[in-house]
Design a protein around this ligand. Structure first.
Ligand SMILES: CC(C)(COP(=O)(O)OP(=O)(O)OC[C@H]1O[C@@H](n2cnc3c(N)ncnc32)[C@H](O)[C@@H]1OP(=O)(O)O)[C@@H](O)C(=O)NCCC(=O)NCCS
Length: 209
């Protein structure tokens, strides 16, 4: 009798928003789970597409909830194909007219994706804490023939170590590993380990799990 009462109480509590760990929202076929402290800002003319699930502000029970932001500006496009988790304290910003494509995997705490043009993240991608991914310098060095912007493509099954920075125009091949604390300014071959500032090849033909 007591157990039935507890089970019934739990079922009722689950239906009351104040007791739920997340708020669930549907945008077409995408499901967005907003954890405590998470904010999803959508401009009126942005697009959310794909048929995946996006967890925003996820945290393990021992962690405190920090502010987590996903913002998509006017004309911006965010697509989610698989299950992608953005941990508490991270920030994902899609600027006006920019396109961010997420496959599956996670972006760990206090990381940032700043998408001003185009960023594509594949499937099964692990991005550690304090990582910055930014496809624009936002300023230009005078008399330089280098572009200020460049699309970033991160292939399937890539692991990006903590405190790394991925700069404009970089393509990271499938299965690659970026060592902690790297600044990646040039393309990374599939199945290689790179590291350092700027990141250089450390090992080839690697596998990781
Ligand atoms: C400094 C910066 C603008 C230069 O961009 P760029 O003119 O396209 O320069 P390149 O990428 O061609 O880099 C020139 C060389 O410096 C190296 N380099 C670039 N950034 C580096 C860094 N942070 N640390 C060490 N080396 C770096 C490159 O590997 C390259 O070396 P190489 O010729 O031996 O391959 C860019 O590297 C950068 O740091 N962008 C981020 C700017 C930023 O933080 N913007 C935020 C908004 S304010």
């Amino acid at each position: 009798m007591l157990m039935r009462g507890i089970r019934l109480g739990k079922r009722i509590a689950d239906r009351l928003p104040i007791f739920r760990a997340t708020r669930r929202r549907k945008f077409g076929r995408i499901t967005v789970e907003l954890w405590r402290g998470a904010v999803l800002k959508r401009a009126r003319n942005c697009t959310l597409s794909g048929d995946g699930r996006l967890d925003v502000g996820f945290r393990w029970p021992a962690y405190l909830a920090d502010k987590t932001l996903v913002a998509v500006s006017d004309g911006g496009q965010l697509s989610v194909e698989g299950h992608f988790t953005i941990y508490t304290g991270s920030k994902v910003v899609v600027d006006q007219g920019a396109v961010l494509e997420l496959g599956s995997g996670y972006l760990n705490s206090n990381s940032t994706i700043s998408c001003f043009n185009s960023i594509k993240i594949g499937r099964d991608v692990m991005i550690a804490e304090n990582v910055s991914i930014r496809d624009s310098d936002n300023h230009t060095i005078v008399n330089s023939n280098r572009p200020q912007d460049g699309a970033i493509v991160i292939g399937d099954h890539v692991w990006i170590g903590m405190n790394s920075i991925i700069l404009k125009g970089v393509k990271i091949g499938p299965g690659a590993v970026i060592a902690a604390g790297s600044v990646v300014t040039r393309d990374v071959e599939a199945g290689t380990l790179v590291g350092g500032v700027p990141a250089k090849l450390l090992r080839s033909n690697i596998e990781w799990h």
